[in-house]
Design a protein around this ligand. Structure first.
Ligand code: URA
Ligand code: CA
Length: 441
């Protein structure tokens, strides 16, 4: 097989076989296929697309490029959840323990935040002592005892993705839907869960800027999962404004703790998206028969505090100081040198927000990384006071900045002013949830 012929085949719109796709992935990982040929192939995939079968073969070949986690010795349906990345998206820290409290088994590996989106690992590490690097045996022990554990990805999971992503990043091929789907799904399948719920974000703070693209990605990922023998469901949700009101690491853990302490009302967007994701997980695990039953279970385990207990125990088992993981304790972890309110310059309505700019503003305060090597400051970030559609009077607080270092504060404030659009007339607000997607293959 000559790789140049496969590039030509794909660029002519041909369909690659399993053997051809395995040849490509294995050859690239081994270094037999050079970057320039792989770049050319990825551009051909971007332009010509892939069938569901091709995308599944690509996913499987990538998945088998490294370690594959075997969770089969844990009891029950092993559940995982994944978000394509958003701002103020702290659903994992709510849903994972809550589903465990309802009887589910949640074994999840998470990533770090880069750029304007936060990462669950950085949020976990905002609780002192928490160690997100754990040996596989210890990870499973924690899941067995507590029903839930979230840790960092091990070094050997899907090396093909690391190498391909690095190349896509510099060849304008990140946005190919089959390449995104195989990148995400190879990591999810390698992590070993039987059933996976995907939260595909769309809007100004998301990878997928349009709803159409988000649904296309969601459908392809569900079909890949199904063709690979797993249960996968996806929800497409809005990221035209931060999901929760908190944007920052300890600030987002605080919001998750508040939700699990029954201090956030039903109808709140973060609450509703957590319900939706949790409901799908409980239904896939056959713990709940339908959405109404699942919601009732989730709500009951918020109200009786058992979801919060699972979160506290998880921190404890990861070496963290769980005495912070309650409403009182979290206040200590968000203590900063000073707070500053950003206020409205005029009367009107919040007509829209740019979630990416809000995420970037939090990053400038020290909550996120510009490069992989940057350190995050767990306490800093933003607390939003308004959402799209809110009426505003001049002088009203739009958001509060949590500040430890002055560097970057002025830039962050300028960006926030640009990000929160206030105009005269009332506006129609978009729904938080655009739809549920299941496999059609
Ligand atoms: N997230 C991933 O893991 N991979 C992509 O290609 C895009 C988003
Ligand atoms: Ca995330």
């Amino acid at each position: 097989m000559r790789f140049v012929d496969l590039i030509e085949k794909k660029s002519d719109g041909g369909v690659l076989s399993r053997e051809e796709i395995q040849f490509m992935v294995n050859g690239f990982v081994k270094g037999d296929i050079p970057d320039y040929q792989m770049s050319s192939m990825m551009m051909a995939i971007l332009q010509r697309g892939m069938s569901d079968e091709e995308a599944t073969e690509l996913t499987m070949a990538m998945m088998h490029s490294g370690d594959v986690v075997d969770l089969s010795d844990l009891p029950g349906v092993k559940l995982d959840k994944h978000s394509t990345g958003g701002v103020g998206d702290t659903t994992t820290l709510v849903v994972a323990p809550l589903v465990a409290a309802c009887g589910g088994t949640v074994a999840k590996m998470s990533g770090r935040g880069l750029g304007h989106t936060g990462g669950t690992l950085d949020k976990l590490e905002s609780v002192p002592g928490t160690c997100i690097e754990q040996p596989m045996d210890r990870f499973k022990e924690i899941v067995r005892e507590n029903g839930v554990c979230v840790i960092g990805q091990s070094g050997n999971l899907v090396p093909a993705d690391k190498k391909m992503y690095a190349l896509r990043d510099v060849t304008a091929t990140v946005r190919s839907i089959p390449l995104i789907a195989s990148s995400i799904m190879s990591k999810k399948l390698a992590a070993g869960a039987d059933a996976i719920v995907l939260d595909v974000k769309t809007g100004s703070g998301a990878f997928m800027r349009t709803k159409e693209e988000a649904f296309e990605l969601a459908q392809l990922m569900c079909n890949i999962g199904s063709l690979a023998g797993r249960k996968v469901r996806a929800v497409v949700t809005d990221m035209n404004q931060p999901l929760g009101l908190a944007v920052g690491n300890a600030l987002e853990v605080q919001e998750a703790v508040e939700l699990l302490s029954n201090e956030i009302a039903e109808g709140d967007p973060l609450y509703e998206v957590c319900m939706l994701l949790g409901s799908q997980m409980l239904q896939m695990a056959e713990i709940a028969a339908d959405d109404a039953q699942a919601r009732a279970m989730l709500k009951a385990h918020i109200e009786d505090g058992s979801g919060l207990k699972r979160l506290q125990r998880m921190f404890e088992l990861l070496g963290g100081d769980a005495s912070y993981v309650n409403v009182e304790g979290m206040r200590k972890l968000v203590a900063v040198k000073r707070l500053e309110d950003l206020t409205a310059d005029s009367d009107g309505y919040v007509t829209s927000m740019d979630a990416e700019k809000i995420g970037t503003a939090a990053q400038m305060l020290g909550a996120g990384r510009a490069t992989k090597e940057d350190k995050v400051d767990p306490a800093v970030g933003l607390k939003m006071h308004v959402r799209v559609g809110y009426p505003i009077r001049k002088g009203d607080i739009l958001c509060t900045l949590y500040i430890n270092r002055e560097d970057g504060v002025e830039d962050a404030k300028r960006l926030l002013k640009e990000a929160i659009h206030i105009t005269d007339g009332p506006v129609e607000t978009e729904p938080m949830v655009y739809g549920l997607v299941t496999a059609n293959r």
